[in-house]
Design a protein around this ligand. Structure first.
Ligand code: ADP
Length: 169
């Protein structure tokens, strides 16, 4: 199993699955969510609506899978990160759950290569340093890691990229 670090736009990654930092509504939003829906096209939104009709909204820390529409990836796994408020490190397990539940869903769907954005570190304002530690730790703790070939951390901004570079090497 390889861990790769890329600086760039996750919508351009040709993985089996890319991960979306979605919100509970699953109906799209800003940041990476907006980019995925915009470039992936309406098929992703339609699939999200079907899931909503079946199970309602997606809870924080949970994950659901859809087509990737027009994107180069095969699937999008949508997970809902926790929103950061003052000193809310009690949110850490919820952020870890995003990574763990996403990886579990990936294994269930025979996904071998998966790309993660830096969940919760944009509009949800989770501190980037702590979020990177939680992400890397969660991936290390995942019990079925040998079933995947590659996990790609896709950093959009320099700050996240430099943090991951330091922590992963
Ligand atoms: P959240 O609401 O979970 O914070 P955001 O989309 O606002 O979600 O931000 C999550 C992370 O995704 C941020 O680090 C942001 O810089 C990054 N990001 C935004 N657009 C993209 C993109 N196209 N590809 C990869 N990462 C992105």
């Amino acid at each position: 199993m390889i861990i790769e670090l890329i600086k760039g736009d996750i919508t351009e990654i040709q993985a089996d699955a890319i991960v979306n930092a979605a919100n509970s509504s699953l109906l799209g939003g800003g940041g990476v969510d907006g980019a995925i829906h915009r470039k992936g096209g309406n098929a992703i939104l339609e699939a999200c609506k079907e899931i909503r009709n079946r199970q309602g909204s997606c809870k924080i820390g949970e994950a659901v899978i859809t087509t990737a529409g027009n994107l180069p990836a095969k699937f999008v796994i949508h997970t809902v990160g926790p929103r950061w408020y003052n000193n809310s490190m009690e949110k850490a397990p919820l952020l870890a759950n995003c990574y763990l539940n996403t990886l579990k869903l990936a294994v269930e769907n025979n996904i071998k290569i998966i790309a993660f954005p830096n969940i919760s570190t944009g509009i949800y304002h989770f501190p980037k340093d702590e979020a990177a530690d939680i992400a890397i730790e969660a991936v290390r703790n995942f019990g079925e890691i040998e079933k995947l070939d590659k996990i790609i951390f896709v950093c959009f901004d320099d700050e996240n990229y430099n943090l991951y570079l330091q922590k992963i090497k």
